[in-house]
Design a protein around this ligand. Structure first.
Ligand code: PLP
Length: 409
């Protein structure tokens, strides 16, 4: 059986065309349209000569065109990595069983003892936790700087010690947008690498590598999988760095299984269709909420009221499918508003076909008191709405009906 070609040099420009054809060859084995799920722990060689041909490439750095042992990959993983590399305009990409697996593997591979990293204060909570616990144990220090404060960022760089700056864009839950040109201009001359988590943007809306960022990472659980049914994580970047990450993955053993990769490849085909719809619907929802008397504040980078609107307009082609807002009411009025809604499910996550809603005071920060939450900027009446692919008109009618039952403050 012949396997998919590893060619990542797509001739296509559009995100939807790449999402369907990018990185893939016509011949996927068994004359199949899709990449077959190869449920095999190991792969056979027809002869010693064939084995030597493979090892020459593996050891001396050639383009591998077959599998060897399942911890090093499988055809579905290979196909999905090639396609994401194409979408991100990267040399290559590496897949992991979850977004957290991607982040932690990168940190453990790239960092050395007695080094330092910088993160922004609204980074994904588990990422921050990893830095403040595990990395600390290995003698790696982390500085946390306020998002949007580029002077603080510059001041936090320790010459010859700071290895990289890790940030997200747009961020959760306030959808802050990083000025990538400014970030790269700060980091590059000082020899500091940049890692951007652009899970909320997707390559349909933003391609950080085109701005000179070193690594881009995604929780593929969100928009890439897109159906709320599979976990995954990915990092894209230049060939030698991704190769080093793939080698480390073979040692760590956090490989993605063929069925998981198959679901991601399938979800990816409709990525651009879904994201463009979500961009459009989210903007309508944000505009509706901003006009509603029972809403105190809306956070959406597509609105001119957002502090990073100009940067977002400059570097993004769409503003994404997540809208955050504050209801005019206390913690109870806010949860009552959520409970009356008929479309969104109460659940963490985002980027799938079903709309999901959460009240961060409960979801991510239940262990903190109201005062402690406020100290890190999470208000009790804050709501994060992650749009699915439902029609904007229905979502708006649902929100409107529930807001109109919210008692006046
Ligand atoms: C969900 C998420 C992660 C973690 O990804 P998992 O796939 O859940 O491990 C990291 N970063 C961001 C921005 C996320 O939304």
């Amino acid at each position: 059986m012949s396997l998919a070609s590893k060619s990542k040099n797509s001739r296509f420009k559009g995100a939807s065309t790449i999402a369907v054809h990018g990185g893939a060859a016509r011949e996927k084995g068994f004359h199949a349209m899709t990449t077959p799920i190869v449920q095999s722990a190991t792969y056979t060689f027809a002869s010693t000569a064939k084995l030597i041909e493979f090892l020459d490439k593996k050891v001396y750095g050639g383009e591998l065109d077959r599998e060897e042992y399942a911890r090093y990959g499988n055809p579905s993983t290979w196909a999905v990595e090639a396609r994401i590399a194409n979408l991100e305009a990267a040399d290559d990409a590496v897949f992991y069983p979850s977004g957290m697996s991607a982040v932690t593997s990168l940190f453990l591979t790239v960092l050395r003892p007695d080094t330092h990293i910088i993160m922004t204060d609204d980074c994904y909570r588990r990422t921050r936790q990893f830095c403040e616990t595990t990395l600390k144990k290995f003698g790696i220090a982390a500085s946390i700087v306020p998002m949007g404060d580029y002077d603080a960022l510059e001041a936090a760089i320790i010459p010859r010690k700071t290895r990289f700056i890790f940030t997200e864009t747009p961020t959760n839950p306030y959808l802050r947008v990083v000025d990538l040109r400014r970030l790269v201009a700060l980091a590059k001359p000082r020899g500091v690498m940049t890692l951007l988590d652009t899970t909320f943007a997707t390559p349909v809306n933003l391609k950080p590598l085109e701005f000179g960022v070193d690594f881009v990472m995604h929780s593929a659980t969100k928009y890439f999988g897109g159906h709320n049914d599979v976990l995954g994580g990915v990092i894209a970047g230049d060939a030698p760095r991704i190769r080093a990450l793939k080698d480390a993955r073979g040692v760590f053993g956090n490989v993605i299984d063929p069925h998981q990769a198959f679901l991601l490849e399938r979800g990816l085909k409709t990525l651009a269709l879904r994201v463009r719809h979500q961009n459009e619907a989210a903007l309508k929802v944000a505009q509706f909420l901003e006009r509603h008397p029972k809403i105190e504040r809306v956070y959406y980078p597509g609105l001119s009221s957002h502090p990073d609107h100009e940067i977002a307009r400059d570097q993004m082609t769409g503003f994404g499918g997540v809208v955050s807002f504050e209801v005019a009411g206390d913690i109870k009025a806010t949860s009552d508003f959520i409970d009356r809604l008929r479309i969104p499910y109460i659940a963490p996550s985002l980027g799938g076909t079903e709309s999901l809603i959460e009240q961060p005071a409960y979801f991510s920060y239940y262990d903190l008191s109201s005062e402690e939450r406020l100290a890190i900027g999470i208000k009790d009446n804050l709501v994060r709405f992650a749009l699915g692919i439902e029609d904007a008109e229905d979502i708006i009618a649902d929100l409107d009906a529930s807001l109109n039952e919210t008692p006046a403050r």
